[in-house]
Design a protein. Structure first.
Length: 301
């Protein structure tokens, strides 16, 4: 017998390799159907996993339920505290409204300058040119929109309605170069309304990207950093709408009144969703409830 076959260990190794290769070939031949050993092994492993997984899932679920109950208790406690605060605020608000109504009755004031009904709209196109800047929105007369209604965003005032159709409206922005577009505004005093300074937004500096407020009394105390809001006068823009912040205080060309530059609160270049402030005092021809032209009219009167 040759010397090669006399080595039994080598023969067993070769036989083992051949059997292993045969098993691998057999298992790779059809992967859609598992072999009997694979099925037995998978069944045993699956049975063992189910034995251990079900109690583990039960314990995990129970712990999750306990944790959820504890979180729910804490959340309910917080909600109850907030609900109590909300009830208190509601009570205070009712008292303030009653006092406001009583004061308005005393001074025979029929309209609240702060009150308006918002109409939500979306900007669908923009038409800037050298002299004017306008946007078109998707709400019109059928939605209750009328000429001269104020248009705002979440940040502040941006313009007013100048043209209305049945389903669309055109908005002229505060950044327009139309000299007849004026907004009655006020620089709110820090201590009281007596310290407030009134003026008119009458222009826009494109180089600075800022609004120009003119006709402020020369002795009025205005400083950089103060906030400018709509005054509510003129019957178009509701009172208290944010306009911007003063960045520079100067005087007019004649030195008789003060002039300030204002960083707008709203961004005129990024407009998507807006709101139309519907005031009861505004009419289509831009007059107030008494039939007189407002300060903020397009004709500049």
């Amino acid at each position: 017998m040759p010397r090669f076959f006399s080595n039994k260990r080598l023969i067993l190794l070769l036989v083992g390799v051949i059997v292993l290769v045969a098993l691998i070939s057999f298992s790779l031949r059809d992967r859609h159907n598992a072999s009997l050993p694979e099925r037995v092994a998978k069944d045993v492993v699956g049975f063992g996993q189910s034995i251990f997984s079900k109690p583990a899932q039960y314990i995990t679920g129970m712990i999750g339920n306990i944790d959820g109950i504890l979180n729910t208790y804490d959340e309910n406690k917080i909600l109850k505290e907030r609900l109590n605060e909300y009830a208190s605020v509601q009570a205070e608000l009712r008292e303030v409204k009653l006092e406001n109504d009583e004061l308005r009755e005393i001074i025979d004031k029929k309209e609240d300058l702060n009150a308006y009904d918002p109409i939500h709209a979306t900007v669908i196109s923009r038409n800037p040119d050298q002299w004017e800047e306008k946007v078109i929105i998707d709400k019109g007369a059928k939605d209750g929109v009328a000429k001269n209604m104020a248009v705002i965003t979440a940040r502040g005032l941006i313009g007013k309605i100048i043209v209305v159709t049945d389903s669309h409206a055109t908005v002229e922005l505060l950044s327009t170069e139309n000299g007849n577009f004026r907004v009655s505004a006020v620089v709110r005093g820090e201590q009281s309304d007596d310290e407030s300074a009134f003026g008119l937004i009458e222009g826009f500096d494109r180089e600075r990207g800022e609004l120009i407020m003119k006709r402020i009394e020369a002795n009025a105390e205005v400083e950089v950093g103060q906030q400018v809001i709509s005054s509510g006068l003129g019957g178009i823009f509701p009172k208290g709408l944010p306009i911007g912040e003063i960045t520079e205080v100067s005087t007019d060309d004649y030195g008789l009144t003060k002039m300030v530059y204002i960083q707008p609160a709203a961004q005129f270049s990024m407009l998507d969703h807006v709101m139309i402030a519907k005031r009861t005092s505004v009419t289509v021809d831009g007059t107030d409830g008494n039939g007189t032209a407002g300060t903020e009219g397009e004709d500049g009167s």
